[in-house]
Design a protein around this ligand. Structure first.
Ligand code: SAM
Ligand code: SF4
Ligand code: F3S
Length: 466
């Protein structure tokens, strides 16, 4: 409780005033200024980018995807794996051309990668066309940074170490009118030995239940049909608050909000998931029949080295409990192959766990050493080729399972939410989050419909309206 930093109304009001001032400055222009926001990383970053777009909109900017036309470019970065970072740096490097073509362009870098020690200096010294750099904890100050740039101030670097804050009431320009992200907590205290997130996103802090519920109610009233509650470990929700509301209580209260919508959430950490969560899900009719429960490894030695604080057996018990409460629950997971020192036998433990659980889908990652994390210093004798071979074997196994599981849907009738369009098809999702492609009138976008599943492959189902 002591360390909780809520950004005060007075500070937020100052940012709102600045947004108005920038909007006035922009109103004097012949054509509205254009902004481009590019997002890397997880749903939390997508939610943050919707806030950046919300603030830009309030300041009079219109959205563009054209890097040469943009007056402001904001790149919201991810630090979770090296590959994501290399992509960011490559793309930022390429923006020297757009900056040269349009010298007034203001290029900003924000997000998790900027919070890594040394990164701001690297940008300062090697990427001179970048004007503003800020970490996730300073997102709410974006209007101020932008105004200072418009007033001709020098480059801005705001990445001081921080345990993080909670800033309520920032405007959000949501990507979809059907599906919405709803962050319920920020940060992570788990310090899995491979993961950089706790270092760049700060300590766990929950939004007040009243604030979450007000936002959920507003989303339901605005017609959103799919609300995803976000946190790195949603099962820790409320532990830092005096309200005595835990994550299951929060689901139950959102379930009581009138309206026809689905409640989803991610991510659950297996060490904190359990009976109360599953029983609440089972009796909350709005709660999607889907749990994303990352297991990371099927080997107890590796799980311990990862500092995951559960065993393979405890994980399998959890899966059994979830299925006992919700026989039709869709299970997805994250797994890392090639953790330092993972032996062939330990990798086979992972394969066996995947066979045993039969996940509906799996997000598979090759271990990527992150500077500053304990795992980055562990001896890592296996070659990249060896890890790639394991990765390919795991993906092949999961593809077979996903295909078999999808085939079992064929002939059944499911209620889906029609949420998008891809060429000639509309896309929709079952309660379990499985993708169903169907041919139907685009006017059905945003509605729940019954579909009969007529076909399937590894990644998707195909259906027709009933
Ligand atoms: N908080 C979530 C949890 O604990 O499951 C996930 C957060 S992380 C953004 C998403 C996934 O990235 C993790 O579940 C893990 O599988 C993977 N990941 C994290 N750090 C990684 C690393 N250094 N190398 C490879 N994969 C990593
Ligand atoms: Fe990373 Fe572990 Fe926290 Fe997830 S729970 S964000 S994997 S440290
Ligand atoms: Fe990446 Fe940060 Fe999310 S490191 S995965 S964007 S919390």
């Amino acid at each position: 409780m002591d360390q909780r930093i809520e950004i005060t109304d007075a500070l937020l009001a100052r940012q709102r005033d600045i947004m108005e001032r920038v909007a006035e400055l922009n109103a004097g222009r012949e054509t509205p200024p254009l902004a481009l926001v590019d997002t890397y990383g997880c749903q939390q970053n997508e939610a943050d980018s919707e806030k950046l777009r919300g603030m830009l909109k309030k300041m009079g900017y219109q959205e563009t995807r054209d890097e040469y036309a943009a007056d402001v470019i904001v790149i919201n970065t991810c630090a979770v794996r090296e590959h994501a970072e290399q992509r960011v740096l490559g793309n930022v490097g390429a923006l020297t051309h757009t900056k040269k073509a349009k010298p007034s362009q203001i290029i900003c870098l924000c997000g998790c990668m900027m919070q890594e020690p040394g990164m701001a200096d690297r940008i300062k010294n090697s990427y001179h066309h970048v004007r503003v750099v800020f970490g996730p904890h300073e997102l709410w100050r974006f209007p101020e940074f932008l105004l200072r740039q418009l007033q001709g101030e020098g480059r801005i670097f705001e990445t001081a170490p921080s345990d993080g804050c909670v800033a309520e009431g920032l405007p959000s320009a949501r990507d979809s009118a059907v599906k919405a992200w709803l962050p319920v907590m920020y940060g992570c205290n788990n310090f899995c030995s491979y993961c950089i997130v706790p270092y760049v996103r700060g300590r766990e802090r929950s939004r007040r239940p009243a604030d979450v519920l007000a936002e959920a109610r507003a989303l339901a009233e605005a017609g959103y049909k799919d609300i995803t509650l976000l946190g790195q470990n949603v099962n820790s929700y409320g532990k830092d608050l005096p309200d005595g509301v835990d994550f299951s209580d929060l689901i139950a209260r959102i379930n009581d909000i009138p309206g026809d919508f689905l409640i989803r959430f991610m991510t659950s950490h297996p060490k904190d998931a359990g009976e109360k969560l599953f029983s609440t899900m089972a009796r909350s009719e709005k709660c999607a029949r889907h749990i994303h429960l990352p297991f990371q490894s099927g080997s107890n030695r590796v799980l311990s080295a990862m500092n995951r604080r559960y065993t393979r057996e405890a994980y399998l018990d959890l899966i059994r409990m979830a299925r006992a409460y919700m026989p039709d629950v869709v299970l997805t997971s994250d797994v890392i192959v090639g953790f330092p020192g993972e032996t062939e036998a330990e990798f086979e433990d992972t394969l066996r766990l995947v066979e045993e659980v039969r996940f509906d889908a799996l997000f598979t990652f090759i271990f990527s050493p992150r500077t500053g994390t304990p795992a980055a210093k562990m001896p890592d004798p296996f070659t990249r080729e060896e890890k790639q071979r394991r990765f390919d074997a795991l993906v092949a196994l999961q593809n077979r399972i996903s295909e078999e599981k999808h085939r079992a849907y064929v002939g059944s009738t499911r209620r889906v939410l029609i949420d998008g369009q891809e060429g000639d098809f509309l896309t929709s999702r079952t309660s379990g989050g499985r993708l169903v492609r169907l041919r139907a009138d685009p006017s059905l976008l945003g509605s729940f419909r019954k579909v009969r599943i007529t076909g399937s492959n590894t990644w998707a189902l195909f259906g027709e309206l009933v």
